[in-house]
Write a protein that binds this ligand. Structure first.
Ligand code: FDA
Length: 453
């Protein structure tokens, strides 16, 4: 079969929130846009789907109050949000393995550890305020902070092991989903700065504030519906030929000749596309220093939200447990109760090595440590596996290895001739989040527009 031949002003590769927002802005500016998406659906790492009769957010779902790009778009699309259930007592299992309930922001740890967590939080907040999210690589201490792992940096600040483990987990397991020895302090500072402060990032009432009625994927579905037949699904882009005249973007089904292309895929997948001529040395090198984290997002649905009857919020946090976080993830308008639990990085490797039944039993046993035996027997159970997805290859997102952010960060969004780059994983505010994806798509569209006029 010969591929369909199309012409356009701009081709967008990837119909996640970044690519679709780029296309939306370009179409609004009067540009003829074509979007090519590898999967048979839009939304990328946002995916709202039914499993065993329960609608689940398999990918991105939460919105925080500072995510004004996303909140603005939701308003514009007439979409609404609802708050995460958080009434009641939270549960914490610390280094001693003992289960304790608590209210408020301070974990029930020994006083000296609580003080140390507060002091470390202040130190990270100070760094975040000094470095910022926009150009962390430009700070005078960028190289120094980028060549020490977050784990080492924390140990140099404090000899309270539990305080270090707790502060590390907020960024390691909970955000970058890599062990704290695998990313730099500068990368940790960017993650926190992208949410306004480290304090914001550690405040689950802030960072996991609200959800979208109808699901987060529906944002992308609405954007795609407005673009109509300009969006081509099941069309993985294989090659981008580029030169002074523009680009020819090739897939098995469609070939598009255009003046510019926006590549809006996760950065580790940039190099899965062939470029003719090859990308410059800088991009070849840089793209090898960006890798995806790994987390299993687990959903378990029960006949009722049983934990609420016991005065529990469903919010749980553990530093020594297999499951590091649990939240009430009950679907809007559903009488059943749904919990979401997370297993990250090396712990995810370990349970992925087990047979499916054993993995499920281990994960549910870990949730039951927090919320009691009723957690062992859900009506429906589902584990996300983004690491096996050809068009994503990990979760939640990509980050640089040690030294990579200071070395390459300034060039990560720099166009190569007519090729522009967009993704949540290249964003400043909203980095690794849907909000950052939308910002990055809008910025790429503005760059393309400037280049075309
Ligand atoms: P995204 O990866 O979403 O889209 C890229 C698109 O490119 C995909 O559709 C892919 O199929 C396509 N593609 C790849 N290669 C291609 C090729 N060669 N040709 C054509 N198409 C190609 N965020 C948040 O704000 N709140 C949250 O609660 C969470 N939680 C969360 C949980 C989990 C489990 C995950 C995996 C992710 C999150 N996130 C999140 C992150 C959020 O989902 C993510 O930041 C955005 O979806 C990124 O949007 P992008 O458009 O940048 O990439």
């Amino acid at each position: 079969m010969h591929p369909q031949q199309l012409t356009a002003d701009v081709v967008v590769v990837g119909a996640g929130p970044a690519g679709l927002n780029a296309a939306r802005h370009l179409a609004a500016a009067g540009r003829d846009v074509v979007v090519l998406e590898a999967r048979d659906r839009v939304g990328g790492r946002t995916w709202t789907d039914e499993r065993d009769g329960v609608t689940l957010e398999i990918g991105g779902q939460w919105v925080s109050p500072d995510q004004t790009e996303l909140l603005g778009l939701l308003d514009e699309l007439g979409m609404t949000t609802y708050p995460r259930h958080r009434d009641g007592e939270n549960v914490h299992i610390g280094a001693d393995g003992v289960r304790r309930t608590y209210r408020g922001d301070t974990f029930p740890v020994p006083d000296s550890t609580a003080k140390e967590i507060a002091r470390l939080t202040e130190l990270v907040d100070d760094l975040v305020a000094a470095v910022g999210a926009t150009e962390p690589w430009a700070h005078p201490r960028a190289r120094e902070l980028d060549t020490i792992s977050f784990e080492d940096w924390l140990r140099r600040q404090s000899d309270d092991e539990e305080a270090c483990t707790t502060v590390a987990l907020f960024i390691a397991g909970a955000m970058l989903t890599k062990p704290a020895h695998a990313f730099s302090t500068l990368q940790a500072v960017l993650m926190a700065a992208s949410a306004g402060s480290f304090t914001n990032l550690t405040d689950e009432c802030f960072i996991l504030d609200r959800r979208v009625v109808g699901g987060m994927q529906s944002v992308s579905q609405r954007l795609a519906a407005d673009l109509g037949d300009r969006v081509h699904l099941a069309t993985p882009v294989r090659t981008i030929r580029h030169g002074e005249d523009g680009v020819v973007v090739e897939s098995e089904r469609v070939t598009v000749r255009a003046r510019r292309v926006v590549v809006a895929v996760p950065p580790p997948l940039f190099s899965r596309i062939g470029y003719d001529p090859p990308l410059p040395r800088r991009q070849h090198q840089m793209h090898q220093h960006l890798s995806m984290g790994l987390v299993i997002k687990v959903h378990a649905t029960y006949p009722t939200p049983f934990w609420r009857r016991e005065g529990l919020s469903g919010t749980c946090f553990g530093t020594s447990t297999l499951v590091q976080e649990v939240y009430d993830n009950t679907i809007h308008g559903d009488d059943r109760g749904t919990l979401v639990a997370f297993v990250a990085d090396e712990k995810a490797d370990a349970v992925f090595a087990l047979p499916e039944d054993e993995r499920r039993a281990r994960i549910l046993a870990s949730v039951a440590q927090f919320l009691g035996e009723q957690a062992l027997d859900p009506l429906a159970y589902y584990e996300s596996d983004w690491g096996s997805e050809e068009w994503t290859r990990g979760a939640y997102a990509a980050s640089f290895d040690l030294g990579g952010l200071a070395r390459y960060g300034a060039d990560q969004r720099t166009p190569v001739g007519p090729i522009h780059w967009a993704c949540s994983d290249l964003a400043a505010e909203g980095y690794q989040h849907v909000d950052g994806a939308l910002r990055s798509g809008r910025a790429a569209a503005a760059d393309v527009e400037a280049a075309l006029t």
